[in-house]
Design a protein around this ligand. Structure first.
Ligand code: URA
Length: 237
C-alpha cells in the first residue's frame, strides 16, 4: 500500500495532507526516514511513525450513534447466541464497541466508539451525563408517582439520584412518560417505574447528554458530528 494512503487511513490527514507530512520529513518506516513519494509499505507488518508516534489504522477514531432495536444485546458477543449490536455496524472497519449498555428489550440511542478516553468520560460516575428515556405505560402517572420518581427510589437498598419525570402525551399505543437520569444502574428506569406501580410496555433512550436520536431509523447508525463529540467531552458547553 502507498504510504500516503496508509497515513490517510489512519486518520492522520487526507492523502494530500499525508504527502505534505511525508515531504516535510516527519515520517519514518521501520526506523528509516521516508521523505519522498512512492514508498510502498506492508500495512500489517511495517512500523510507521509520524512525529515520533507509531500509527495504525486502529488509531483512527470512530464516534457513532446507533438506533438500537429491541432484541439486540449491547455486548460484543453473546453466549446465548442472541443478535448483537455489532451486526448492525459491521460495515465499520474498526473495533468499535458500545459505550455503556442498553437492555436487550430497550431500544434507542447507543453511542459506540473505539476511543477509550471518550468512552470513559461518558461512563465514569464522576462525569454527570444525563440520559433521557421514553417509557410507554398503560396509564399516565399521577403527581405522587412522578414525585417519587423525581425524589428518588430505593433500589437494592440504595436511593436513586434525583431524576426528571414528566408525562409526555397519550401516544398511539398507550401513554408516554419521559424520565431523565444520570446513573446507569441495572435496568434502572424499568425498576424505578416498577417501584411506583407503572406497567412498562416499551422503553427507548432518546438522548445522551445533549446528543439526541432525532429521526435516525431503527437499526441504522450515523457518525457523530465534531460538535456532538465535543459537547459529550464536556467542551463548548
Ligand atoms: N434503564 C433500563 O431499565 N433499561 C435500559 O436499557 C436503560 C436504562
Amino acid at each position: 500500500m502507498r504510504l500516503q494512503k496508509f497515513i490517510a487511513e489512519c486518520g492522520i490527514a487526507s492523502r494530500r495532507g499525508a504527502e505534505k507530512i511525508i515531504e516535510s520529513g516527519r515520517v519514518y518506516v521501520n526506523g528509516d526516514l521516508v521523505d519522498y513519494m512512492g514508498c510502498e509499505i506492508e500495512p500489517d507488518t511495517d512500523v510507521v511513525e509520524v512525529d515520533g508516534r507509531v500509527i495504525s489504522r486502529e488509531s483512527k477514531k470512530y464516534y457513532i450513534m446507533l438506533n438500537k432495536p429491541k432484541n439486540y444485546v449491547t455486548t460484543v458477543s453473546d453466549d446465548l447466541g442472541r443478535p448483537t449490536v455489532m451486526q448492525l455496524v459491521s460495515d465499520i472497519k474498526a473495533r468499535i464497541y458500545p459505550v455503556g449498555r442498553l437492555d436487550f428489550d430497550t431500544s434507542g440511542l447507543l453511542i459506540m466508539t473505539n476511543d477509550g478516553d471518550f468512552a470513559n468520560i461518558l461512563t465514569h460516575p464522576k462525569h454527570v451525563v444525563n440520559k433521557a428515556y421514553i417509557a410507554r405505560i398503560d396509564k399516565p402517572l399521577d403527581e405522587a408517582q412522578l414525585e417519587r420518581l423525581r425524589s428518588g427510589i430505593e433500589l437494592d437498598g440504595v436511593m436513586t439520584s434525583p431524576a426528571r419525570a414528566e408525562n409526555i402525551k397519550r401516544g398511539q399505543r398507550g401513554f408516554e412518560v419521559k424520565i431523565t437520569i444520570h446513573e446507569g444502574r441495572n435496568r434502572q428506569v424499568r425498576r424505578m417505574l416498577d417501584a411506583v406501580g407503572a406497567n412498562v410496555m416499551s422503553l427507548k433512550r432518546i438522548s445522551v447528554g445533549s446528543v439526541t436520536l432525532g429521526n435516525l431509523p431503527e437499526g441504522k447508525w450515523r457518525r457523530l458530528s465534531d460538535a456532538e463529540i465535543n459537547k459529550l467531552r464536556g467542551k463548548n458547553k
